[in-house]
Design a protein around this ligand. Sequence first.
Ligand SMILES: [Zn+2]
Length: 63
Amino acid sequence: MTENIPPHAHCLMCGKAVPVGETLCSEECRQKYNAFLKKKKIVWYFFLGLIVAFTVIVFLSNK
Ligand SMILES: [Zn+2]
């Protein structure tokens, strides 16, 4: 016995079923997702800055 589940996707934030092509179920989740992306970007820039700072320190201490 196989259940016939119509094609669907899941909301990236809360996991609710959403129509195919959609990634978020509501405006609330969209806002949460945007905030999440922004935070992720800040962490990424911070990480990049750390690598640059580390490289500069290593470069300077080798002289
Ligand atoms: Zn959602």
